[in-house]
Design a binder for this molecule. Structure first.
Ligand code: FMN
Length: 347
């Protein structure tokens, strides 16, 4: 299947895994690349030297092109983007910030850059800043989803932009891949569908929980980390959403653990947070609770505590395959969907 996205990145299938922080690790990235897609590392807030090691591990597992996601507004985000440039990785995906300097530096060595966007304004800016593609996440998406649905955002961006659009949010099988391409996307990026695989590092208990959920079993709120965000509807997420006042003492205690995990001096983390202003401080405090939850989901299968990010597409996830099995199945479903479209036997 050839699209603007397969041509841009030199890959076989127009499928990317979302660069999920602490979830899209080298094993997952290499598996997606080796199965014909574009694997994207979730550099998240990882300590920069750890990001460098992960990039090198990906290179030891695959000789195919790959990418890395760097959320620029998060601690270590800018530093991780610089590591990606130093390592001259084939594709950099930035989110939560301005990336014209990344485009310039990546293009100088032949790298490609994609920005993650949730609306038309951000997408136009990304194109203006020199991006080669955008990943556009609709309201259905896990994590920081916008308010515009995939079904309306993608065709509008396809009209507006000269660069390829990669659709995210609500995509988890062959028919949703074909639907995204029909809307004008050149490829798709999937998060939920990729963490519910054998290679996903989340504890099995959370994968089993995902299989029980339907399309309506997510929560969307700014109460998780200050920016509207979609999470799995479990008791821990409801508790966080309903908390009017944060337990400042618990956040304070946990901040030492976060500073240690991110390898940032506690004093610098605290100073950077306090420089941002009252709304951002609350957001960062909430985010610290979210990070704590995500650590729990990696280490424990107890779904009565903690919570994790999941998109509405979780409702069409019914098994935990390997990534190779998943990619082949999605492509087979997509070909079947195309054939049914051609015969006009859909529905
Ligand atoms: C567990 C998880 C972690 C995520 N972490 C990030 C991240 O670190 N950076 C980012 O830009 N998006 C992140 N996302 C959002 C994805 O990039 C993407 O927009 C979303 O997964 C698409 O919706 P879907 O999950 O229904 O496929 C994450 C998503 C999930 C499920």
């Amino acid at each position: 299947m050839q699209t603007a996205v397969t041509e841009l990145f030199g890959i076989d299938y127009p499928i990317l895994n979302a660069g999920m922080g602490r979830v899209a690790l080298p094993e997952m990235v290499a598996a997606v690349c080796n199965a014909g897609g574009l694997g994207v590392l979730g550099a998240g807030s990882s300590p920069p030297e750890q990001t460098r090691e992960m990039i090198r591990e990906i290179r030891s597992r695959t000789n195919k092109p790959f990418g890395a996601n760097c959320p620029l507004a998060l601690p270590n985000g800018l530093e991780n983007a610089k590591i990606c440039l130093e390592e001259k990785i084939p594709v950099i995906n930035y989110s939560m910030g301005r990336g014209d300097w990344i485009c310039q530096a990546a293009h100088a060595y032949g790298g490609k850059v994609m920005a993650s966007v949730t609306d038309t304004k951000l997408a136009l800016k990304a194109q203006q800043h020199g991006c080669d593609a955008v990943i556009a996440a609709g309201h259905e998406a896990a994590g920081h989803a916008g308010t515009v649905t995939t079904f309306t955002l993608i065709p509008r961006l396809a009209e507006l932009l000269d660069i390829p659009v990669i659709a995210a949010g609500g995509i988890a099988n062959g028919s949703t891949l074909i639907a995204a391409l029909a809307l004008g996307a050149g490829g798709v990026s999937m998060g939920t569908r990729f963490w519910t695989t054998k290679e996903g590092p989340m504890h099995q208990g959370w994968k089993d929980k995902a299989l029980e959920l339907d399309v309506g079993d997510t929560l969307y709120s700014a109460k998780f980390d200050g920016i509207p965000c979609r999470q799995m509807d479990v008791p821990g997420a409801r508790k966080m959403m309903d908390a009017r006042v944060l337990n400042v003492w618990s956040v304070f205690q946990h901040s030492f653990q976060i500073a240690k995990e991110l390898e940032i001096p506690w004093f610098r983390l605290a100073l950077d947070t306090f420089k941002k202003g009252p709304k951002e401080i609350e957001g960062m405090m909430r985010m610290s609770q979210m990070l704590k939850s995500h650590t729990h989901t990696l280490n424990s299968g107890d779904t009565t505590k903690g919570f994790t990010t999941v998109g509405m597409s979780v409702g069409v996830v019914h098994d935990i395959p390997t990534i190779a099995e998943l990619m082949e199945r999605i492509m087979a479903e997509a070909r079947d969907c195309q054939a049914r479209l051609a015969r006009n036997t859909l529905g």
